[in-house]
Ligand binder design. Structure first.
Ligand code: ZN
Length: 178
């Protein structure tokens, strides 16, 4: 059984000269995750955001604020800030998806299946009965037309995309230490 996923209808792969979406402050605010007091989940060097084009339930991303394209270029301060948000994101995802494990993915370098050059880490809940496991979640797609990049049909129904996920995480974060 497959589900139509309208969330990816407008997804396009990054073109060589396209402005970086993860460096676009306005766009990052739209995808922000908020604490119950309305402040965004970010620190000096990193932010935690909703994936605007989710491929599965609870699809979130950790993004360095500086445009970095590879591993090994983060400063000690950036690495520390990333660790802090991993801890907060893990707590909130486990509060929201009870009993979930956490999967943390990155696709690095030209030769990988990355679709954005700006370094980013997928952080998602995982359950033993997920129809897609681990990296299958990122690589799996059914094009609707030949040569089309869009992903519109999934073996899982995504219930909490964008606004609903933002609301649910905001509530979950009240139980997480900052
Ligand atoms: Zn960037």
């Amino acid at each position: 059984m497959y589900h139509y996923s309208p969330f990816r209808d407008n997804y396009t792969k990054e073109k060589p000269n396209e402005a970086c979406v993860f460096c676009d402050e306005k766009q990052m605010q739209k995808q922000a995750i908020f604490y119950p007091d309305g402040t965004t989940v970010e620190n000096k060097h990193y932010r935690w955001i909703i994936n605007a084009f989710p491929k599965f339930e609870g699809h979130t991303l950790l993004i360095p604020k500086r445009h970095i394209e590879d591993l090994g270029f983060e400063t000690k301060e950036e690495l520390a800030d990333k660790e802090e948000l991993i801890r907060i994101a893990t707590c909130a995802l486990r509060e929201l998806y009870k009993g979930a494990g956490i999967e943390f993915f990155a696709q690095i370098g030209e030769a990988s299946a990355r679709s954005r050059r700006h370094l980013h880490f997928h952080i998602v809940p995982a359950q033993p009965d997920d129809p897609l496991r681990s990296f299958e979640k990122l690589g799996h797609y059914y094009p609707t037309k030949p040569n089309e990049e869009k992903v519109v049909i999934f073996p899982i129904e995504i219930k909490l995309a964008k606004e609903k996920l933002q609301d649910a995480l905001r509530r979950a974060l009240k139980n997480c230490p900052r």
